[in-house]
Design a protein around this ligand. Structure first.
Ligand SMILES: [Zn+2]
Length: 442
């Protein structure tokens, strides 16, 4: 049985059950009828077609649908139950899908009645290539060479699929970054930090303040991913001003939502870099790879500490500069310049093998980060000795996790009025990386 006979047979099998069926195919001139470009485009069309029909309340028997790719090309067939709809109405929905899809002229969405016969609306289509004559005439007379038609169609299909892929990546990565930030904020109890039940060592912010500022900065996540996805300059250093420009707008949004309380300046910087780098990475391929991700980060942040701290303005401009001048620690900038070394060396290993996030591994992950991070938030509020003591308590709790040892960290932060905000930011970034590694992105 050849491919066309096989399709007719499948339609007749559905007709035997007394049901109409809907099919989706592409108009591909010449041979082969399918290739990776065509198949990817077909898959995106099929997904949209399904949503389109279901939104019009067309009842499809999904479980009995057939999808195949053979010498006649890509093909989808599904039985449907007209329910309250007439066949004419369903046919109009199929036509409407073709007409509203950006490349609908390449698509054939057909309806077959309960006898297996194609339902025609009697309307003719204009040839998508010459836009002059009826498609059926051009086809009958072979008016256009198949190679010409294919050269016209395939780049359009590729652009469409690329756009769909980009949309998916942007939505998915933005969502994972939001989830990571919310997971960090919600983790409770945390030493010195704002959590669900306590404002820690902060008098000007609480859990709700963080929800406000997170909501305020979230709409910019997609911009960061897109900027990375579309960044084509070989010199990654030129990415930094782009990221910073979006970051500054995020800071304004944060300040507006918190009445100028700095809840998330650190995470805006770090997650901004992470989202941009991920966007760039996924524009190059469909898989996340730690080495490539870090290579992009390293490229963007090369000499960041030297450029912005060592050779920058005098004291008093920012906390980061003051701490660098006093202690020589570069804070979030140094972490970025190292390609998130703390995240990959101390944080991520604690989430290895974790299938679903729960509080315990997240607390251990936080302790591992905090025990090793020269947290400039603590240095700014207090001094080197307090930071060292805090790190030692984190190490003890990590080595022997008991309520008592963890409470000792919490109590110490309370007594010294410190908040390891830098480590909290790195926890959020670690959760993000873990999510990207452990989630089906496409
Ligand atoms: Zn034509």
């Amino acid at each position: 049985m050849d491919a066309r006979d096989h399709r007719a047979y499948l339609k007749s099998q559905i007709a035997l059950k007394g049901l109409p069926s809907i099919s989706l195919t592409l108009n591909i001139p010449g041979y082969p009828k399918s290739n990776p470009t065509v198949k990817t485009f077909f898959d995106y069309c099929l997904r949209d077609f399904n949503y389109f029909l279901k939104a019009q309340l067309v009842n499809l028997f999904d479980v009995e649908s057939v999808e195949l790719s053979d010498e006649a090309g890509d093909f989808y067939l599904v039985p449907c139950n007209p329910g309250n709809l007439t066949l004419d109405e369903i046919k109009r929905h199929c036509e409407s899908f073709e007409q509203t899809h950006p490349l609908g002229r390449f698509i054939d969405a057909d309806l077959n009645d309960a006898h297996g016969n194609t339902v025609s609306s009697g309307k003719s289509k204009i040839c998508f290539f010459c836009l002059e004559r009826e498609a059926i005439e051009c086809r009958r007379e072979n008016a256009h060479k198949p190679e010409e038609l294919r050269a016209f169609m395939f780049p359009k299909m590729e652009d469409f699929s690329r756009q769909q892929y980009e949309n998916k990546i942007v939505k998915k990565l933005s969502s994972l970054a939001l989830q990571a930030i919310l997971a960090e904020i919600s983790l409770s109890p945390k030493p010195g930090l704002v959590d669900k039940f306590s404002s820690g060592s902060h008098s000007d912010m609480n859990y709700q303040t963080f929800l406000s500022s997170t909501s305020a900065i979230f709409p910019y996540f997609s911009e960061l991913v897109l900027a990375g996805f579309n960044f084509e300059d070989n010199n990654l250093l030129r990415a930094l001003p782009l990221i910073r420009r979006i970051g500054l707008r995020m800071e304004t949004a944060m300040n507006e939502s918190t009445r100028n309380v700095n809840t998330q300046k650190g995470i805006i910087f770090l997650m901004g870099l992470a989202l941009f780098s991920c966007g760039k990475l996924f524009s190059q391929g469909e898989r996340f790879n730690i080495i490539e991700f870090r290579a992009i980060l390293l490229g963007i942040c090369r000499n960041l500490v030297r450029n912005e701290l060592k050779e920058s303005s005098p004291a008093g401009i920012s906390h980061g500069i003051d701490i660098f001048l006093s202690y020589g620690y570069g804070g979030a900038r140094a972490e970025a310049e190292s390609g998130f070394e703390t995240v990959f060396k101390y944080g991520l290993p604690k989430l290895e093998g974790v299938a679903q996030l729960t509080d315990q591994p997240l607390i251990e992950c936080f302790l591992a980060i905090a025990a090793n991070n020269m947290d400039t938030n603590i240095l700014y509020r207090r001094n080197y000795e307090v930071l060292t003591q805090f790190q030692n308590l984190c190490k003890t709790a990590l080595g022997n996790f008991t309520d008592q040892n963890y409470c000792a960290v919490i109590d110490y932060c309370k007594a010294e009025n410190i908040s390891p905000g830098g480590s909290a930011d790195l926890l959020a970034v670690t959760i993000f990386v873990w999510s990207v590694l452990n989630t089906k992105i496409l």
